[in-house]
Design a protein around this ligand. Structure first.
Ligand SMILES: Cc1ncc(COP(=O)(O)O)c(C=O)c1O
Length: 438
């Protein structure tokens, strides 16, 4: 490796591989050679501060030798064995997750990533309840497989329709910068009405991101998650918490549901589970859901279920979170992030809303603070947002600039100095957006 120039890497990657979620002619991948901690570098030595943990998954940061060594050791010992076997890593990771997961969730089913975890969670819910409908929310992302892109409420679903039958979308409390959010009581009343109108006895599960990720770091109003739990229990609907993005310390708790003391019936995980060092997802299952499978066949399986290399990676990544106190660190640095967000809100007229929970944060840009008109339309962009994104890139800050928002989701190992460095770059780039404020 290291023989191709940056230009060759980009040209050959574009020529011979297909990029996600964009017209190929619009793809402008950054050539990356190495990564360490909260930074990554191009082959030409340009350094980027990673303010999005790649896809919100490098929770422990890049290039941790403890995880790399664990991968090497496992590769030498046992790289692959069929999921019908039992292995020490499977025994240990299953037990570890049972310890970490909330409430009575104490069994796991391993997959290759988040979408497959959600696929299996809804399959379990349907088999166990004998009901077929799944309720999910509009402002959500649950994956890009056939079923999970149907669950997904955001515009990535549109081109994939008609998708899986039996999916019903509901509104969540948040309605964008202009209308902002309902209180818990109002949002729960709409949810209950939807359950009633659909016929609760036809609904197997309600799946939601406890704190919504790509659709805007949406933190539910207090009481909402508890109310959802109560409604699901009342109507015999299983509650699936999609913790693919929020798990493993991202929000300042091991799992986001812990903020509200809510125990779901099923919980899906990926990303932070291995800190993205290798692909792995998991479904955390409560006895209510797995006990029926003591007698009934679970009609689901994967060649790479419980892949030893991925499981060893997860064990090592979880150990790093524990050793380095990264859950507490996320909570503590979340306070520091709040300070930076508030400063930007004070200083820049284009900053309409800021919010974060742990190191899971977002800045919403607006054209006018009275009307709260967003700096780019729903599912669109604008010249100003493009210029802001360009300025961040030029100054070596990598993050998601989506619609009218800038995400702030660095690795949990980021230092206070690096956090300040990233926010200084955002501060400067916001001058561009300020000029558009009318
Ligand atoms: C909340 C959530 N669920 C599911 C997924 C899908 O995970 P994967 O891309 O590993 O299939 C994602 C990915 O971004 C996600 O953010």
């Amino acid at each position: 490796m290291g023989e191709l120039t940056s230009q060759q890497i980009v040209d050959l990657s574009l020529r011979y591989t297909l990029y996600d979620w964009q017209a190929q002619k619009a793809a402008k991948p950054i050539p990356v050679a190495t990564a360490k901690g909260s930074t990554f570098s191009t082959p030409d030595g340009k350094r980027y501060l990673d303010f999005n943990s790649q896809l919100m998954g490098m929770n422990i940061g890049h290039g941790d030798p403890r995880v790399i060594d664990a991968i090497k050791r496992q590769a030498e010992e046992l790289a692959y064995i069929s999921p019908f076997m039992a292995t020490e890593v499977r025994a240990r990771l299953g037990q570890k997750l049972a310890e970490l997961m909330p409430g009575d969730l104490d069994k796991s089913f391993f997959t290759l990533g988040g979408a497959e975890a959600n696929e299996n969670a809804i399959r379990m819910a349907r088999m166990v309840t004998g009901r077929h409908k799944i309720v999910s929310r509009y402002r959500s992302y649950h994956g890009a497989t056939f079923a999970t892109i149907t669950l997904t409420g955001d515009p990535r679903r549109w081109a994939n329709e008609p998708g899986m039958p039996g999916v019903v979308h509901v509104l969540d409390p948040y309605h964008g910068p202009e209308r902002q959010a309902d209180d818990a009581e109002t949002a729960l009343a709409y949810l209950e009405e939807t359950f009633e109108l659909e016929g609760p006895e036809t609904i197997a599960a309600f799946i939601l991101e406890p704190v919504t990720g790509t659709n805007g770091i949406l933190i539910p109003p207090d009481g909402y998650m508890q109310g959802v739990r109560e409604l699901c229990t009342r109507y015999g609907i299983l509650l699936i918490a999609d913790e693919v993005m929020t798990g493993f310390g991202r929000t300042g708790e091991w799992f986001a549901v812990n903020h509200w003391g809510v125990v779901p019936d099923l919980m899906t995980m990926a990303k932070g589970l291995t800190s993205s060092y290798l692909p792995l997802g998991a479904v955390g299952i409560s006895p209510k859901v797995y006990e029926p499978f003591d007698e009934k066949v679970y009609y689901g399986g994967l060649t790479y279920n419980s892949h030893p290399l991925a499981l060893a990676t997860a064990l090592a990544a979880i150990r790093v979170i524990e050793e380095d106190g990264l859950v507490e660190r996320s909570r503590k640095l979340g306070e520091v992030m709040r300070g930076h967000h508030d400063e930007l809100l004070d200083k820049h007229p284009s900053v309409g809303l800021v919010r974060n929970i742990g190191l899971f944060g977002i800045i919403e840009l607006v054209r006018n603070r009275d009307t709260m008109e967003p700096m780019a339309p729903f599912n669109g962009t604008s010249d100003e947002m493009k210029a802001v994104a360009k300025a961040l890139d030029e100054h070596g800050l990598y993050t998601f600039v989506r619609w009218h928002t800038i995400m702030t989701n660095p690795p949990l190992c980021i230092t206070e100095e690096e956090l300040a460095e990233g926010f200084a770059i955002i501060d400067e780039a916001l001058e561009i957006a300020d000029r558009a404020v009318g």
